[in-house]
Design a protein. Structure first.
Length: 329
């Protein structure tokens, strides 16, 4: 590679120089930090795909896009069919859009391929997946991280996106038999669950695990969000409660009234009826299913009924005057 005939010398350079083009740099307006490294990305990816070089996680996470699949397809690596066809089809069967599953598989597998030299799903191991997850967390603590991924808000958004993609890949690998343990999706950094008493926290985790076997991903996200809201209310308004068995119907109805006074964190507008309805349905489901499944740490009866969540307003059909006249004439 021109400028770095010895790759060991290139690896010894600061990350900013190995990346070459930092966030906001435009070669049409000013010089790049290291044009040699930037222009060599395609060649470097080729070395990684062919197993000649293994790259560190920091470089792999600092590069916004890796062009590895052209090389992998030319080499007919089994990972190509897995990422483009097999895993997206599994994802579609689980309720995801095929393109969502494809994007998740391509993002994570491309970086694992260049880090560990794997060419098929059989070579993807749980330690590699855990290593990538830990590397993402570590990257967020780099003092030069804004040079690659912008402000704290931009990084938080990217971190959530990467975490979701990595979780989805693990879920797909579990359903193809490559991983033996069902993954648990981590909460986004901006969505923290309040610290419940241990027994109550264990019940929530157990319930979400059970629903994960039955519900579509979007439904499970709504359930998780609703139970987080309920947990927040309990810790603030019922701090003495140590078990869900102590929760009463009056508590649930007061929670419903409290929801009606809450506002959206970004717009400041009152929570939409549908949002409040979804949150209450999550609480309704927890106590309904707990009673049906005879869980000892939950009341032996449902605390909410189907008529408790607010009704969604229905639009009244509106007729243009001419149409109304023709109907009455």
């Amino acid at each position: 590679m021109t400028g770095y005939p010895d790759l060991d010398e290139w690896f010894a350079q600061p990350l900013t120089h190995r990346v070459g083009r930092l966030l906001g740099e435009d070669p049409r307006r000013a010089d790049l930090t290291d044009p040699v490294s930037y222009n060599a990305r395609h060649y470097l990816s080729f070395l990684g795909v062919t197993g000649r070089v293994a790259f560190d996680w920091h470089w792999l996470l600092a590069i916004p896009a890796l062009n590895v699949w052209v090389h992998a397809q030319a080499l007919r690596l089994p990972l190509v069919a897995d990422a483009y066809a097999r895993l997206p089809e599994v994802g579609r069967g689980l309720g995801y859009q095929a393109r969502t599953a494809r994007r998740a598989a391509q993002w994570a597998l491309s970086r694992i391929m260049l880090h560990a030299g794997v060419g098929s799903l059989e070579a993807v191991t749980l330690p590699e997946l855990q290593g990538l997850s830990q590397a993402v967390d570590n990257f967020g603590h780099r003092p030069d991280r804004p040079l690659f991924h912008g402000s704290d808000a931009q990084w938080a958004s990217r971190r959530r996106n990467w975490g979701s993609q990595l979780f989805l890949l693990q879920l797909l690998l579990f359903h193809t038999g490559h991983l033996g343990e069902l993954p648990t999706e981590p909460l986004p950094k901006t969505a923290t669950r309040p610290r419940l008493p241990p027994a109550m926290a264990a019940t929530v985790d157990r319930y979400l695990t059970a629903r994960r076997q039955l519900d579509r991903p979007a439904t499970l996200e709504n359930t998780d969000a609703g139970l987080r809201r309920f947990a927040t209310w309990l810790t603030d308004h019922r701090p003495r409660i140590q078990s869900f068995g102590q929760v009463t119907r009056a508590d649930c109805l007061e929670f419903a009234a409290w929801l009606g006074a809450q506002r959206h964190w970004r717009t400041g507008a009152p929570l939409a009826v549908n949002t409040r309805r979804l949150h209450l349905q999550a609480v309704l489901g927890l106590f309904r299913d707990g009673a049906a499944w005879e869980w000892p740490d939950l009341p032996g009866r449902p605390l909410l009924i189907a008529g408790d969540p607010p009704k969604i307003p229905r639009a009244v059909p509106r007729y243009i005057l001419g149409q109304l006249w023709s109907l009455t004439s």
